[in-house]
Write a protein that binds this ligand. Structure first.
Ligand SMILES: Cc1cc2nc3c(=O)[nH]c(=O)nc-3n(C[C@H](O)[C@H](O)[C@H](O)COP(=O)(O)OP(=O)(O)OC[C@H]3O[C@@H](n4cnc5c(N)ncnc54)[C@H](O)[C@@H]3O)c2cc1C
Length: 396
């Protein structure tokens, strides 16, 4: 009989895992707390091993169709004038054209479409309790049902419920990086700058604007904020952002008016998750649930997909012997992930510098990236993944 595996979370890691588990001969069930796939949110840069996995899932054409080729990063001043920036062709050169900017929700949907045909899928449901014994895991679901699975995998993101139930409270594993992020999309915003990522920043706060298809525009706020309890309701979150940007120049006043109108706001603190171990008995965590590297790593989705692919591969290789598979999987990925997390912490100061000096220095560095040889050297170090994807013998 096939081993049954419950996956909690249908974001990036969850559907990728479901797809590859089925290819490895397992029977996956995917449950998602939200009533349907999450839409809106923010855009991500996508390349490297994540892109390679998308190719192995036959998704490249669709990813490229849904994605954007941003040509320039432009830092603007109070009046919208260019004060620093560089052409992003260096990313295309270094990755051989395998680099795309895509809405997180679009990537999630493409992965989900691939997985859903061969997995049981349950929306609007989450795990309320679980108990493991030698033969399996009994799971209580929020719809009132109880089921038993061979394994349970938490792919439920930064605020993972599986992590809390099995490993303990989030505070034990969370490293707050001292920033808050908010993002939303608006329709028919003007001005537009096609294929340009505009960034307005002042000490301790930045605001990005990206023009999307169908006359939509994405706005991304990142601002320094010492750890404290953040507002939870949408209106209170909007008010929190508004206060932080009320006296800022550039297009801030117009963008804050758009913020007032939106009913789909992504709002969270910028944090990493660092755990001594990614599994306990028959339960494991993947993606942000296990090792969120934060938006500052610029590669969280790829890491989520890599952890899913390698976990499914190791389980298939070990014939379902989960202890052996979990150990091999973690041994393959732990130091790779740790390096990405450390790089993200180093980058934090450059992303939204807290002082005028920091800002001036960051702009100098950004301008230096316009120098071809220098950009290849400095970006090249961080853009290349230091491991390669293992090949497993999949059923398909
Ligand atoms: C502003 C921003 C910019 C980013 N930029 C990039 C980038 O440029 N490149 C990049 O690669 N990455 C980027 N990332 C990171 C990337 O988005 C994440 O690392 C990635 O989405 C992690 O995938 P995941 O599947 O682990 O978690 P998620 O994508 O967060 O998915 C988790 C899923 O679990 C569901 N869920 C939550 N709780 C439960 C529960 N209790 N039960 C069931 N389901 C639950 C959620 O609804 C969601 O569908 C960025 C992140 C942010 C915030």
């Amino acid at each position: 009989m096939k081993k049954t595996i419950l996956i909690s979370g249908a974001g990036i890691a969850g559907p990728t895992l479901a797809y590859w588990l089925e290819a490895g001969g397992f029977e996956p069930t995917l449950i998602e707390k939200a009533p349907s796939l999450r839409s809106g949110g923010y855009v991500i840069d996508f390349w490297g091993l994540g892109y390679d996995i998308a190719e192995r899932m036959d998704l490249l054409a669709a990813v490229d169709r849904a994605g954007y080729r941003v040509k320039e990063l432009r830092i603007v001043g109070d009046g919208g004038q260019r004060i620093a920036g560089f052409g992003t062709s260096v990313f295309q050169e270094l990755t051989g054209g395998r680099y795309v900017t895509i809405a997180r929700s679009a990537l999630s949907r493409l992965l989900f479409e691939k997985a859903k045909g061969s997995s049981e899928v349950i929306f609007g449901t989450e795990i309320k309790g679980l108990h493991q014994d030698e033969g399996g895991v009994d799971v209580q679901l929020s719809d009132g049902t109880e089921r038993r699975f061979d394994l349970v995998i938490g792919a439920d993101g930064l605020h993972s419920g599986v992590r809390r139930l099995v490993f303990g409270p989030q505070e034990r594993f969370e490293k707050q990086l001292g920033y808050v992020v908010a993002a939303f999309e608006a329709a028919a915003y003007r001005p537009r700058n096609e294929d340009v990522y505009l960034l307005y920043s002042q000490p301790g706060r930045m605001l990005g604007r990206v023009s999307l298809r169908d006359d939509r525009t994405l706005f991304l706020f990142v601002f320094a904020c010492d750890p404290q309890s953040l507002p939870e309701t949408r209106e209170a979150q909007k008010a929190f952002v508004r206060r932080r940007y009320a006296d800022a120049n550039w297009e801030c006043a117009a963008i804050l008016r758009e913020l007032d109108r939106t009913d789909d706001l992504y709002f969270d603190r910028v944090s990493q998750i660092r755990m001594p171990q990614w599994s306990q008995g028959r339960v494991a965590l993947i993606g942000d649930a296990a090792f969120c590297a934060s938006l500052l790593a610029g590669q969280g989705s790829a890491l989520a997909m890599i952890s899913a692919y390698v976990l499914a591969g190791e389980l298939a290789k070990a014939g379902g012997q989960y202890q052996a598979a979990f150990s091999a999987w973690e041994a393959k990925l732990r130091s790779f992930v740790q390096d990405k997390q450390e790089a993200a912490v180093r980058f934090a100061g450059a992303f939204a510098p807290r002082t005028r000096w920091g800002l001036a220095f960051r702009n100098l560095v950004v301008n230096a990236l316009a120098i071809p040889g220098l950009s290849r050297w400095s970006i090249g170090r961080d853009i290349t993944d230091k491991i390669s994807l293992p090949d497993y013998s999949w059923r398909r």
